[in-house]
Each structure stands twice: as C-alpha cells, then as structure tokens.
Design a binder for this molecule. Structure first.
Ligand code: NAD
Ligand code: MG
Length: 398
C-alpha cells in the first residue's frame, strides 16, 4: 500500500467554529496534512495559539497593527511565520502555488473573494462559507469548471447530499434518476415557540442552538431559518437543482443530515452524530475516509427520528430565500446582504428578532437591477443593499 502524499492546507477563518474543527481533524493526521496558512479577522490571541501548534508558513489578520503584534510574538517564540494583513493577503494564501486544499470558513460576504480565488486557482475547495455561493453561484461554479477545481461542500446537509449522489452528478438531477433533494433542518431553538414568544427573543436565546455549536451569525440564521433558505440556494448551485426540486424537512434530532430521493422510490440518507468534523474529514480525505474523532452513531440512544413540515408563517425567511432564488439575478445577493446587516443589528440589540425577516423582505421589494455577469456587479449590488439595510436599521431602531 502506498503512503498518501501530504496535502498543504490553507484554513480561511481558522479561529471560528468550522476553522477550529478543521484544525482538530488536521491535527489527528500529521502524516496527511500540513498547514500553509491560517487566517482570522481580529482574534489575534487565538491565531497565535494556533500558529504555535500548527506552524503555518503564513498567518493573516485584518488589521496591520494586529499583524505587527502577532509577528513580534511569533519571533519571540522562534517561529519564522510570515504575517500579513488585509483582504488581498487572504486571496494570496488561497491561491498560493504551494497550496493543495483551501478550507473556506470565513463567515459572510467577507469570505467571497478568497473562496473565489481558491476556485479560480484550481484548488480542492472545502466550502463552508455558504454566503459566497449564495452571492455568486453562477460565477463561482463557472470558476470551478474552468479551473478544474474540486468543490466539496462542508455544510453538513450538502455534504450529506453529496454522499447520497452518484460520484458524477453534474448536469441536472433528472439525468441521474433523482427526483428530489430532501434538505433537513433542525428547526432551530424556537421551533415550538408561539409567534408571541418569538417576538421577544434575545441574542443569547438565538445563539443557543439545540444540536450544533456554531458561530453567532449562523446561529441566528438557524433560529430564523434563513440558514435553511441560504442552504436551499446553495444546494441549487451545487447540485444543478431548481428550488422546486428541494424539499425542506424539519427533523429536530439532526441525525439525518439530508437525503436524495430517486425516481425508483429509493431515498438515500446520510446519518451521523451532529459534529462538523465528519463533513470536514470527508472533504479533506475524499475520496478516501479518515478518522474524524467523531463517535459512531448510537441508534439505540437516538431511539426515534421525527419529521415535520416547516412553518413558513412563523419563519418567513425560508420563503423569502426560495422566492429570491426563483427570481434569480441579483435577488439572492440582496437577500444575503440585507440579512447580514439585520442579523448584526439584532445581535447589537438594535432590531428585534422578527424584524430580521421584515427588513430582508422590505429591501428585496425595492427596485434594483443587474445581472450576475461580473464580480464587480455582484459587489456593487451587495454594497447597495447593505446601505439600504443600514438606513432602515437606523429608522426602525429610532
Ligand atoms: P465563526 O464566526 O465561528 O468564525 C468565522 C471565522 O471567520 C473566524 O475565524 C473569523 O475570524 C473570520 N472572519 C470573520 N469576519 C471576517 C472578515 N471580515 N474578514 C476575514 N475573516 C473574518 O463562524 P463559523 O460558525 O465557523 O461559520 C463559518 C462559515 O461556515 C459560515 O459561512 C457558516 O455559514 C458556515 N457553516 C458553519 C457551520 C458551523 O457548524 N459552524 C456549519 C455549516 C456552515
Ligand atoms: Mg447546514
């Protein structure tokens, strides 16, 4: 048996929830993976600790003063790590010629350019940053096919669907005998709450997810079910599906991570404990399998699996996302930008929880134009929608 050659990995957003889990899996397999670069926004202490353990060639922070601090600390520890700052430095470590694999785990639109740089450079791209695909689906998938990059979904649902599809599944679901994708959703922490109680939700309550421990933005998205809406859009791009081919199934235990239904009546599901190290390890090792540090599912402990339809009255964000994808063009860009601003305002206690969906709906209803034919137009529409949303936050919180 031949020993696998080592892959050089860049982890974008290494200090976050996905980034930390990625380094946990990488740390279990020093014979297979070495770290080229680690990046963080402002968490310089965490990034320092990660650099001391994983000894990357490059580390990136947003701010030059933070980078100077990290550079000095690393010199003091005797490490030669190069430390850079700013968005262009993120793209550089994503496309560097020595890199095989890029984990795209920055949250939000800030992750788009480096993820796209990795795709354009033909890397193995492990995509956690769903907002990148929501914003630039057509451009991103084009970049992947032009460069020959390998795109592996890390979002647990999409990773599950990927595992349930035939190895070659490009060209539309029907060609491969698939009738529907069943996208499972936990329903979030307020699944059983009344509308009246949902109105008064606090950021602390929204960030306490029943099954998954995640960053704050995606936790709020899970609570509004915008996360499932973004994932529906993500699935359309990844699997050449239409919104009508995707059914959202609320499954509170989060044991089935999603399913593919075939024309012959077969439904194939992927199951596992809710631990992101499983999809991360799958992406890192594909087409092989490696230990992820995740315990085997104990079905006797799970005991039962429940399913219900999503309630789009109490959780309107799912419908907004589906409509944005059906409308196409810039609508998903506007949806995503307005949502990022609204979630941020909610976390800062400037907006109430239910205003998140209201704000997104309001911005989506305003006239905007543009086709997703260039990155510049995507970024311009993103900026426009953010500006509109910020003005609305100011007005509504006054
Ligand atoms: P997080 O908030 O825990 O971590 C985000 C990371 O990105 C951090 O390292 C942070 O320093 C960095 N970052 C934030 N803003 C940045 C900016 N402006 N510029 C550069 N770097 C920046 O988030 P997370 O939960 O790890 O999620 C990361 C992405 O993965 C999100 O797009 C999320 O939707 C997706 N995802 C997460 C999970 C999960 O279980 N956490 C599951 C599926 C998908
Ligand atoms: Mg998910």
């Amino acid at each position: 048996q031949t020993k696998p050659s080592t892959q050089r990995v860049t982890v974008l957003g290494s200090t976050g929830s996905i980034g930390t889990s990625t380094l946990d899996v990488i740390g279990r397999h020093p014979d297979r993976y070495s770290v080229h670069a680690l990046t963080a926004h402002t968490s310089k202490e965490s990034l320092l600790a990660q650099c001391l353990t994983h000894r990357p060639a490059v580390a990136v922070l947003d701010d030059e003063a933070d980078a100077a601090w990290l550079r000095q600390e690393l010199r003091r520890a005797g490490l030669p790590t190069e430390v850079n700052a700013g968005p262009e430095a993120l793209c550089e470590v994503a496309r560097d010629a020595s890199v095989d694999c890029v984990m795209a785990a920055i949250v939000g639109a800030a992750g788009l350019l480096p993820a796209l740089a990795a795709a354009e450079a033909g890397k193995r791209v492990l995509l956690a940053n769903k907002e990148a695909l929501v914003m630039s689906g057509a451009l991103f998938m084009d970049a992947v096919s032009h460069s020959g990059a390998t795109l592996l979904p890390i979002d647990s649902e999409h990773n599950a669907i990927y595992q349930c599809l035939p190895a070659e599944h490009r060209g539309g679901l029907a060609r491969h005998g698939i009738s529907q994708l069943l996208l499972t959703a936990s329903g979030g922490p307020f699944r059983t709450w009344s509308q009246a109680d949902i109105n008064n939700v606090t950021p602390e309550q929204a960030c306490a997810h029943p099954n998954w421990s995640m960053g704050r933005k995606i936790s709020v998205d899970s609570a509004t079910m915008m996360n499932k809406g973004l994932e529906l859009i993500e699935a359309c791009w990844l699997f050449d599906a239409t919104p009508e081919q995707i059914q959202v199934v609320v499954h509170p235990q989060s044991v089935i991570h999603s399913m593919a239904a075939y024309h012959d009546g077969s439904v194939i599901a992927q199951l596992g404990n809710p631990d992101m190290r499983t999809p991360i390890a799958y992406g890192l090792a594909w087409p092989e399998r490696i230990d992820a540090g995740v315990e085997t599912l104990d079905l006797f402990q799970v005991a039962r699996l429940d399913f219900e339809a999503p309630d789009e009255v109490r959780f309107p964000c799912l419908g907004l996302a589906r409509e944005a994808m059906q409308q196409g063009g810039m609508a998903p860009v506007v949806l995503n930008a307005a949502n990022e601003i609204a979630v941020d305002a909610f976390l800062q206690r400037q907006l109430r929880f239910t205003a998140i969906g209201q704000l997104v709906a309001e911005i989506l209803s305003r006239p905007y134009e543009g086709r997703v034919d260039s990155l510049e137009s995507v970024l311009a529409t993103d900026q426009w929608a953010r500006q509109q949303a910020l003005e609305l936050v100011t007005r509504w919180s006054a």
